[in-house]
Design a protein around this ligand. Structure first.
Ligand code: C2G
Length: 451
């Protein structure tokens, strides 16, 4: 008898799940399905699971393909199961291609093509259903984002849009997505929510059209270049009753929430100053290092440095000034923005092609918080005092390499209205950032004229 095993969360059961069980069963005579526990999913960094384990097991059982259902609750169990049950073939979807090759020493390992377009008719019709995601842009950031989508329950990447056909085709093949090289409206028809990761200058138009079509939108920063446009887009989202979120990843990381708590709970006394610095010496040909109109230090990294300032000091500053040093192509290689508040000061420092200490320092009347580079991917921070021997260290790690899954999970939480979560990055904060971007662009244009 040929025994096959496969594993999964099987949350919000859909036809992608059904089809993989069907094909797995066809590979042998006896199919064992391992269903993950909530605890194990949390441990492996899968966020946002909806259905309880009994429901998920019941959904697998109802397909009729599983001869036996087991529970997966720890790392290393796959090897144990393969030996325990005398498994011939281990099966998983192609989104895991390569990841379980280490099991080849125990049995056959087969990755079956994942179902690219889970049909909406199969999906449950209640409020919490599997949501279909589309991606605009197929560059570096879209790739990193997609690699994390599978770690968030309740959402499936379905399609991608990019007028540049070669990039689109390669991307869609890699991730088993439907590709749209034209017909943005058709692309929008295929999905419930969209992630906009196209070049900066195209963000606002894609966002506007998606909102108009009633889609939820997560947009890479900077979403717009002007205050008015940011206000208009958030108004439109309100009118259409959909979620609009700016993708400033740092805002959604668990460690950043902890830092805000410590900053605001009196541990360091009254806050007097914030200094947030983000610099990178990148590839000279990259957009951030060469695009004098829409790239440069502040456009690329300013959203990160403004984030802790607006979160902690608020958006009601009295005034701000901007100073930049321009490089040979007219991009800003270094930009400082200084804010004056009624009772405090704050500085944002960004560099492209300049290196400085990329730290976040929050100074208070009792002590200060210091988060070292890369604080925008925060995994811990210190609180230090006048007495230099006293240091309180806070650990607040996250799972995964670049934190996208926390942003995606927040996006879904908002869409499903399962929490009052707007506080992580509010529309008002995002709009306030657009105002600084607008002023920055005005000043840089002036500077470039005299250049
Ligand atoms: N799947 C698929 N097509 C989809 C979505 C999912 O073929 N459109 C497959 C996945 O590749 C996986 C199975 O369905 O093989 C279950 O998917 P999930 O419930 O998302 O579980 P997953 O997180 O992939 O867990 O130990 C657990 C396993 O490692 C896999």
């Amino acid at each position: 008898m040929k025994k096959v095993i496969t594993y999964g969360t099987f949350d919000l059961f859909h036809d992608g799940h059904y089809k993989i069980l069907e094909r797995a069963k066809a590979l042998g005579d006896y199919l064992i399905v391992g269903v993950t526990t909530e605890h194990f999913d949390r441990q492996r960094g899968k966020l946002n699971q909806v259905d309880p384990i009994m429901t998920r097991i019941e959904n697998v059982r109802k397909t009729g393909f599983a001869d036996e259902i087991i529970v997966e609750d720890h790392d290393g169990q796959k090897i144990e199961d393969i030996q325990k049950y005398g498994i011939d073939t281990f099966v998983l979807g192609s989104d895991w291609e390569g990841k379980f090759d280490y099991l080849k020493q125990y049995c056959n390992v087969v990755y079956l093509e994942r179902t690219p377009n889970i049909s909406s008719t199969f999906l449950r019709n209640d409020r919490l259903r599997m949501l279909r995601l589309g991606i605009v842009g197929t560059g570096r950031i879209a790739r990193r984002f997609l690699a994390e989508v599978r770690y968030v329950s309740g959402v499936e990447a379905i399609s991608a849009y990019n007028p540049e056909k070669d990039s689109l085709d390669e991307f869609c093949q890699t991730f088993s997505l439907m590709g749209f090289g034209e017909g943005y409206e058709e692309f929008l028809d295929s999905i419930d929510l969209v992630y906009v990761a196209s070049p900066n200058e195209t963000h606002a138009d894609y966002v506007r059209k998606a909102l108009d079509a009633g889609k939820h939108v997560l947009c890479e920063k900077p979403m717009t270049f002007t205050y008015d446009e940011a206000v208009e887009l958030y108004d439109l989202a309100n009118k259409k009753d959909v979620v609009l979120m700016e993708g400033i990843r740092a805002a959604y990381l668990p460690g950043f929430q902890q830092l805000l708590t410590v900053a605001c709970d009196g541990t360091i006394g009254d806050i007097c100053d914030i200094e947030a610095c983000f610099t990178r010496i990148g590839d000279p040909g990259s957009r951030e290092m060469s695009d004098a109109k829409y790239g440069g230090a502040f456009m690329e990294y300013g959203s990160y440095t403004l984030l802790p300032i607006f979160k902690i000091m608020g958006v009601e500053y009295e005034d701000f000034t901007i100073d930049s040093i321009l490089g040979k192509d007219g991009i800003d290689v270094f930009t400082k923005v200084n804010f004056r508040y009624k009772n405090g000061l704050a500085t944002s420092k960004t560099g492209a092609g300049v290196k400085s200490e990329g730290q976040l320092v929050i100074a208070g009347t009792k002590g200060y918080i210091i988060a070292q580079s890369p604080w925008w991917l925060i995994r811990g921070f210190d609180v230090r005092y006048e007495d230099a021997s006293k240091i309180d260290h806070y650990e607040a790690g996250f799972v995964g390499r670049d934190g996208f899954r926390y942003e995606i999970a927040e996006f879904l939480t908002k869409i499903n209205k399962t929490g009052v979560h707007d506080y992580k990055l509010t529309a008002a904060e995002s709009i306030a950032m657009a105002k600084v971007v607008e002023k920055f662009m005005e000043i840089r244009r002036e500077q470039q004229r005299g250049y």
